[in-house]
Design a protein around this ligand. Structure first.
Ligand code: NAP
Length: 308
């Protein structure tokens, strides 16, 4: 089968680090153009906007939207209304209502829409899910602590409304958690810590309940120096499961469980290829809903200004 002609919109860190090499390695896609206001690729036709790109390269079939979240909705709507298929980087929107509207627009235009939660494609997530499916979960602790100064230098959009602050990494944890747990999770309470000069929180604590009353405690911190922690610890009736390193390492009762070596974004593009062949929409906004609910009910605590 011919490769799907895809274009990237938003040539920032994640586009360069993951999307460009993953498309190059994919048997399903061929990168034919890029749209980004201030950047381009030397060997790929590059345009300042999606409008200019589509005018010059009307044969593009799909877009990978790797922009900052705040501008993603209008770009996605434009692409879908032109009948193009769309992969959304996470988060799929700034609000839940944006994402629901995009599903509607995709359906009306018979286009494929994929909300790509990359952390769900980490190699140990599905093995963890299978192991948990046969056990009774008693309690969960999510610890997602990283240093924003190391991972997000020069990204002021994170601190603007819609940029999510600590939920930019934290939503990755929630995307894994909502994949591991079979029932809908309800947000029960939250505390959000806002630097006095930021519109988004720098730390957060959440408490969630599953349909059986099993509690998940979530600790998110964007100021973690030293060792970084991206872990989910699950207590079950058959012992402890631990997913660490962002979903790439699995242990059960402290014993390592071997997993098949794979890259998150290789899996993301393989899944997008499948969705295109099956003409399917795959948009789960449960992780974004939990973040939105934390903003709805969360107790707000003022903390020191953030100095980059
Ligand atoms: P980034 O480095 O700041 O890049 C964002 C890019 O968006 C910029 O390069 C900018 O292009 C582009 N952009 C802004 N407005 C645009 C518009 N109207 N049209 C087209 N492009 C536009 O941010 P990032 O780290 O790559 O993050 C982007 C998204 O990926 C975020 O949602 C983030 O959560 C997600 N993500 C990031 C990582 C990571 O490790 N950084 C990992 C996974 C997912 P110009 O530079 O040309 O102005």
């Amino acid at each position: 089968m011919a490769k799907v002609k895809i274009a990237i919109v938003g040539l920032g860190k994640i586009a360069r680090d993951q999307h460009v090499p993953s498309i190059a390695a994919s048997p399903d896609f061929e990168l034919i153009a890029v749209a980004s206001p201030h950047h381009g690729l030397e060997d790929v036709p590059s345009y300042k906007s999606i409008e200019a790109l589509l005018q010059a390269v009307p044969g593009v079939e799909a877009f990978a939207l790797c922009t900052t979240p705040q501008v993603r909705f209008d770009i996605a709507r434009f692409a879908l209304e032109h009948g193009k298929h769309v992969l959304l980087e996470k988060p799929p929107g700034v609000t839940v209502s944006e994402v629901r509207a995009l599903i509607d627009i995709a359906q009306r235009n018979a286009a494929v829409l994929f909300a790509s939660w990359h952390s769900r494609f980490a190699q140990a997530v599905e093995p963890a899910r299978s192991w948990l499916a046969a056990r009774k979960v008693l309690g969960i602790a999510v610890t997602w602590k990283e240093d924003v100064r190391v991972w997000h230098p020069g990204q002021p959009w994170i601190w603007k409304a819609g940029g999510l602050g600590v939920f930019d990494p934290g939503i990755n944890a929630l995307s894994i958690l909502t994949r591991l747990m079979p029932g809908a999770l309800a947000l029960k309470s939250a505390a959000l810590f806002f630097p006095s000069n930021c519109e988004t929180p720098i730390a957060a604590q959440l408490s969630l309940s599953d349909p059986h009353g099993v509690i998940t405690q979530v600790e998110l911190d964007f100021l973690q120096t030293g060792p970084q922690t991206w872990s989910i610890d699950v207590e079950t009736d058959a012992g402890r499961l631990k997913l660490s390193m962002g979903g790439t390492v699995l242990t059960v009762n402290d014993e390592p469980v071997p997993t098949v070596q794979a890259t998150e974004y290789g899996n993301v593009y393989a899944h997008f290829g499948r969705l295109l062949r099956e003409r399917r929409i795959d948009v789960d906004y449960a992780p974004l809903q939990l973040v939105a609910d934390a903003f709805l009910c969360g107790r707000r605590v003022a903390v020191d200004p953030f100095i980059e």
